[in-house]
Write a protein that binds this ligand. Sequence first.
Ligand SMILES: Cc1ncc(COP(=O)(O)O)c(C=O)c1O
Length: 405
Amino acid sequence: MFQVNENYLKLPGSYLFSNIGKKVAAYKAANPSKEVISLGIGDVTQPLVPAIIEALHKAVDEQAVAETFRGYAPDLGYEFLRNTIAENDYKKRGCDISADEIFVSDGAKSDSGNIQEIFAQNNKIAVCDPVYPVYVDTNVMAGRTGTYNPTTEQWSDVIYMPCTADNGFAPELPKGKTPDVIYLCFPNNPTGSTVTKAQLQEWVDYANKNGSVIIYDAAYEAYISEDNVPHSIYECEGARTCAIELRSFSKNAGFTGVRLGFTVIPKELKSGDVTLHSLWARRHGTKFNGAPYIIQRAGEAVYSDAGKAQLKEQVGYYKENAKIIKEGLAGAGYTVYGGVNAPYIWLKTPDQMTSWEFFDFLLEKGNIVGTPGSGFGPSGEGYFRLTAFGTHENTKKAIERIKAL
Ligand SMILES: Cc1ncc(COP(=O)(O)O)c(C=O)c1O
């Protein structure tokens, strides 16, 4: 008789966004005449820009001709894409990353979930609290997190780093237990916070001193507006020996449905004599058959002059939404964070409401969907996340509704 991976049974409840989806579906079924606006899940609403569409069409046509047809892509990604990433995202920012340290993938969710596979079972992970749920849940599935305490909503073998208003939503260096693998995400989902280059340097120094590895999720890099906020962890000295960086094309270029991302692993990042680069290359080669040629050509267009100009405008569109939400809510008396270097606004729930109470209140009274902060971890209780990925029209309408509550 087969047996299931019992680690899956340890996962508490179902995935946050499934719960939200069920609640919203039930509300809509009971109130079919109500127009519900979603500022909940972090999915984009604007179409792919013309430079990307053009590249997609061209690549599709190439697939129709024997001479230009492409089958399996190279495991680690086409050189045309890896070269342009190395040049634009790294060399131009003064970061020493070469094309052969870049692994092209189908997105940062898979990479952030799969990366734990190359670490030993007994490695201790540290995460921010609140946090993008994928980091912890995939370690639970791998049996690395110990036992779950439903009261504290914490796993016995995970080091939690609370990110609260008191510390500016920036984690403090762990005291006591030393983590082996540290997940950091800046600009942050869900709090919309960032760290300065000097703050990130402290993490790099800590990791190098303690033999830890940092998995740095920079999926929201395109939203950085302030000068002292690093775009890549490799802007910090010594990051090549302690950091892996994850990037996505979802939020800077609207690829949520197209799917493309990449992971950077510098060759100096080692455990003893073993490079993590070699392990991830082996993993990629064994379990992944490459992102589609057509999509990688679309990714290349993100870095063309036309692509850059069009995407600056598109990201600007969402940033404008963030401003509308932040200023609108602050004007209505809410305490709001984030929204300056990130497409997320993190607000304190009013009147001591719990995150889920505020979710129900907003859905029922304002017909607006957001994300309860507690879904991202216990320190998210009493907070709520709104995203700037809606249309201008819906964003403005939603804020007017919230103001009128
Ligand atoms: C922090 C973070 N990392 C990764 C992802 C997933 O990105 P992708 O669409 O590339 O899988 C998300 C998506 O919301 C995210 O918030």
